[in-house]
Design a protein around this ligand. Sequence first.
Ligand code: BGC
Length: 735
Amino acid sequence: MTIACSHNPNTIDEKVDNLLSQMTLDEKIGQLVQYNGFWDATGPIPQESNTKKKYEDVKQGLVGSVLNVYGTAQVRKLQEIAVTQSRLGIPLIFGMDVIHGYKTAFPVPIAEAASWNMQTIEQAARISAIEASAAGINWTFAPMLDVSRDPRWGRVMEGAGEDPYLTAQVGIAKIKGFQGTDLSHEQSIAACAKHFAGYGFPIAGRDYNTVDVSMVTLYNDILPPFKAAVDNNVATVMNAFNVLNGVPCTGNTMLVRNILKHTWNFKGFVVSDWGSIMELATHGYARDRAHAAQIAIEAGCDMDMESYAYRNDLKPLVENGTIPESLIDDAVRRILRIKFELGLFDNPYKYCDSVREKTILHATDFSKEALQSALEAIVLLKNDNSLLPLSKNQKHIAVIGALANDKDSPIGNWRAQALPSSAVSVLEGLAKYTSNITYVQGAVLNTNPAGFTHKVSINETDKSGFAEAIAVAKKSEVVVMVLGENCFQSGEARSRSDIGLPGVQQELLEAVYAVNKNIVLILMNGRPLTIPWAGAHVPAILETWQLGSQSGNAIAQVLFGDFNPQGKLPMSFPRSVGQIPLYYNHLNTGRPAGFNRVFWSHYTDIENTPLYSFGHGLSYTTFAYSNLEITPKKNGEYTITARITNTGTRVGTETPQLYIRDIVASVVRPVKELKGFTKVTLKPNESKTIEFVLTDAELGFYTETGAFTVEPGEFEIMIGSGSDAILLRSILVLK
Ligand code: BGC
C-alpha cells in the first residue's frame, strides 16, 4: 500500500498519491472519462454527445482526456479550461489516431512493415510524433499490433501482417519512435498498443466479428507483440471490440487484469475502444450500461472512450458498495502517472506552442524521409525476363488506370491531418523521367474520399474507357497499369468478401493484355489481393500499397531503376479467398504434401500454397546464400551465421530471414517460425557474413496454460530470402 504524502512529493508515484488524496470521487472518475472532440468522429456518435455539456464537464474536472481535438489553438483552449477552471487543475491528455504520419503521410502500416527496416519505421514514427506534438497531440492510438491471417479484414492495412515476431519488432520500433527516449520531451507522445487482443482474428474476416481461438494460438501468435510492447515501455494499451472465446475483451479479466497488468506487470493505463464498454451490453455480456461499467472497471479497463458509462454509472456503483473505490484509485493512478511522465503537470501547454506548430507543420519538409519509407516499402512480386527496370529512353509508355492519376488514394486510410489529394501521383512521378507517356484512365474507380460517412462503392461497372485504353496500349512499347483499391476500401469497417481487383479493373487488365503483353502491373492497395490471373500472365508486378505523400516519386524511381526494390511481404497473398486463413507458420498436419496421392490435406481445385508467400520479394539483382554455421555459446545462446553474395550486376539490399522448426514438441509447433531477419546491402560480387542469435526466448513456446517452456531436442534452422525460398538448412540440437 502506498502512503499519501502531501509535503514535497519527489517521485512520480508520490506525486500521484499526493494528488489522489485530494480528489473527490467525482474527480477521480472524471480522470477515467474520455470524450471525443467536437468535429472529427472516428466512431458512432453516442446520443449523449453534447458539445456544451462536454465543455462544462471539463470545467468541473470530470474529464481526463479528449480525442480528435488538434491544433494548438483548440488544444490550448480546452487545456486552459481544465487547468485554470477545474478545482484541481489536472491537465487533459489529448489523443488521436496518428497511425502513419500526422501531416506528412508515410506508407500505411502494412507497407511500412514490408520494408523490414526497423530504423526506417522508427524514424517515420518519430517524425509523426514531432508533427503531432507540434499540433497539440500527446498521445497516439498506435501501433496496432493485431496479427492477422485474414486479408478480407480491412484493418490489415493498419498492422504488420501475419507474423508475431515481425509484428513485435515493428511495434517496438514504433513505440521507440513515438515515445522517444524520454516521454517528457516536448516532441514525445505516448503510444498505445492496440487492440488487446485477438481483434485480427475475426471469424470470416468481418470487422468486429467474434474471435474464437485456442489458448495456444492466443499465447504464441496473438499476445507476443503486446508483451514486447509492454517490455518496451508502451505507455498505454487499448481494448479490442471483439469477443474472445466467449468474453468481450473490454470486460475480459483474464486478458487485462491477469495477463497484462499482473503477469506482465504493465504500469501504464488501458483505454477502451470507442464505445466498447457500452457494447458489452450489445454483445450480451452486460445487462445494461451500469453493469457494463462494473464489468469493465473490474476487468481492468481504466479509461472509457465515448461510452459515458464511467461518467454516469461508476459513482453509484461505488456508493452502493458494488465496486470498491480502490479499483477507481488504481485506474486514476495509472492515468495520472502517464500525465506526470509526459510532463503535463510541469507545463500543461508544452504541446501548445503555436510558433513550433507553424515551424514544424508549415516550414519543415519531411519529404526526404517520406520518400525513403515509400521506396523501401515497395515489393517486386514478379519480374519475368527482367522487364523491369524500364529504360529511361523508352519510346512510348501507356499508363492506364484511375489510380495512376489519384493524388488521394496513396495517402490511405487513417490519415490524421495529411491534406486530401496531397500525394505525388504515379503520373507526376513518371513525368520527372519521361514525357513519352500517354495516360488513359480506362476504368473508373470511385475515389470519393467521403471516408467514414459514406459507403464506398467498389462495384463500378463503367467500361466506357476500355476502347481508348486498348487503342493506346496497342501503340505503346510498354504498358504501366496502376490498379487496386482506393484509400477507403481498406481500413476499419472495410472488410471485403472478394479481395480481387475491385470493379472492372480485372476485365480492363485482360483486355489490355490481349493487345500488349508487355505490362508492368503496379498494385496500389491496403491489403493482400487475390490476383491469380495477373500472377500467371502479367510479366512484372510491383506491390506499392498506399505509400503516402511521396508515393509517385518512389514508384517512378523503382520503375526506372534508380532505386532497387527490396521490400518483402509481411502477409501472404492467397490465390483465392477460399484458402483464407492462409499463413506460412501453419502446422504440418498428419497428412501433409507427399503423404498419399489422394488422402492428404489439400484442395482438389487449387494449390495449398499462396500466390506470393510471407517474406517474398525480388530485387533487380540476385543473391546467393552459403556457409550456414551454428555455434553454441557458453551462456546457452547460439550464433547462426551465413554468407550472402550479390551475384547480379546492380547494388542491392537483401533481407535474409531466419526460420526455425521445433521438430518434436509437447505442443505441435509450426513448420516454420520467423525468429530473426537483417538487411544487407551488397555491391555486385560483394559478400558479407550475417549473424543471428538464438536464445531460449526464440526456441521456446507457450503451452495452453500460458507457461513458457523450452524443450530440448532437434530444431531445424532455415535461412532464406522468403518463407517459401529457404536456401540454407541445418539442425540445432538443444541439450
Ligand atoms: C478504432 C480504434 C481507434 C478509435 C479512436 C476505433 O473505432 O477501433 O483503433 O483508435 O476508434 O479513433
